[in-house]
Ligand binder design. Structure first.
Ligand SMILES: CC[C@@H](C(=O)O)C(=O)SCCNC(=O)CCNC(=O)[C@H](O)C(C)(C)COP(=O)(O)OP(=O)(O)OC[C@H]1O[C@@H](n2cnc3c(N)ncnc32)[C@H](O)[C@@H]1OP(=O)(O)O
Length: 277
């Protein structure tokens, strides 16, 4: 069955309807064979995340959490160019003070923390470039499948900030310490194959990305939702501690502090000016 979420959502509950998927300004949510796909639909901005995408992702998490037919969440981007180019620099460049930046970073941080600790398996289907916050979004997922040759990079340091959505804290949990620190400090892009070599990416598909992803996930979706939930709850228990949350949100505060520096302002200005030439 293929049904759409969000359409006709009432009292916080999904009203499932047969038919097409819902496509909005910044998202598309569809379900097939127990796989719920959330697609960021802003290809002209390389699927950068603005406030609307944040809100829609948050709604998707609630719906996946509540719906027993939803077994796995797959997050991807529209088109072949980009998975996600991180935060929308045109929108977020309006945020000048650390307080303003903190509100935005904490909003997305809370969403990624929910994604990290979701009680269903999650996959980042990296269909194109994943940059900055796009890599943080991918890190929050349990598994990362990528199209061959796409580039990924935690480039935040080149913008005179750190990861601001909890990405470094999650990366240190999921990768060996030295590999994670190296990726963050170098702030360079790498190919999907290089990312697979160091264990950040779990599968690289040369083509037919969605079909191959679905095939890969069939071995999960043929299990009961109760079993998937039980294993996920066991897996994420270590991140539900107050100590972990403090580390996660301290990263966001450090990024907010760096955000208001002249260096960061100029780095973003330089990206935006180049684009507008
Ligand atoms: C804010 C949170 C913070 C975090 O916590 O991590 C971040 O995410 S910081 C943001 C980090 N992201 C970046 O620095 C990415 C910047 N973008 C790029 O480097 C490149 O655009 C790309 C992603 C490598 C793609 O390159 P390419 O395929 O050559 O496309 P263009 O550069 O021509 O871009 C097309 C179009 O998209 C707009 N764009 C791209 N990224 C963003 C973005 N992050 N925010 C807003 N808009 C973005 C770009 O401006 C172009 O627009 P037009 O010029 O109007 O066509």
């Amino acid at each position: 069955m293929r049904f759409s979420y969000l359409e006709g959502k009432k009292n916080g509950k999904a009203n499932k309807k047969d038919g097409h998927a819902v496509k909005g300004r910044g998202k598309m949510i569809e379900e097939q064979h127990g796989i719920v796909s959330f697609t960021i639909c802003r290809p002209s901005r390389r699927n950068a995340i603005d406030y609307a995408v944040m809100d829609e992702l948050e709604q998707a998490l609630t719906l996946v959490e509540q719906d027993d037919e939803a077994k796995v969440l797959v997050i991807t981007g529209e088109g072949e160019e980009a998975f996600c180019a991180g935060g929308d620099l045109q929108v977020f460049h309006q945020l000048k003070t650390k307080e303003e930046a903190h509100a935005m970073l904490a909003k997305m941080g809370n969403i990624l923390y929910r994604l990290l600790t979701l009680s269903k398996p999650t996959v980042a289907l990296i269909n194109g470039t994943a940059i900055g916050g796009g890599c943080e979004l991918a890190t929050a997922c349990d598994f990362r499948f990528a199209r061959a040759g796409v580039r990924l990079g935690f480039v935040q340091a080149n913008l005179a900030i750190t990861t601001g959505w909890g990405g470094a804290t999650m990366l240190f949990e999921k990768m060996p310490y030295d590999q994670a620190l190296n990726i963050l400090l170098r702030a360079k892009t790498m190919t999907a194959e290089e990312a697979e070599h160091i264990g950040f990416v779990h599968r690289v598909f040369p083509d037919s990305l969605r079909e191959r992803c679905e095939k890969e996930l069939r071995e999960y979706t043929n299990k009961s939702t109760a079993v998937l939930r039980a294993y996920k709850e066991a897996a994420v228990a270590r991140w539900k501690t107050e100590q972990f949350r403090q580390r996660f949100f301290a990263e966001i505060e450090r990024c907010a502090y760096l955000w208001e520096s002249e260096e960061h302002d100029q780095a973003v200005q330089s990206f935006l000016t180049k684009r507008n030439k």
